[in-house]
Design a protein around this ligand. Sequence first.
Ligand code: ZN
Length: 58
Amino acid sequence: MQMRDAMKLQRAWQAKGAPPCAHPEMDVEFDLGGRTGDKVCTTCGESFSREELKEMGR
Ligand SMILES: [Zn+2]
């Protein structure tokens, strides 16, 4: 997922009152052509670093 799309998702999620999200599906985050090394929740648009994902067991 592109970073800008993740930001759009985040904004839409905030507009819904930012309900809790279990982050059911993660996608690799891209900034234009390159991977950022992070993953993004396709539901709420929150991005997670490798360290965060490891801590979460994902
Ligand atoms: Zn989420």
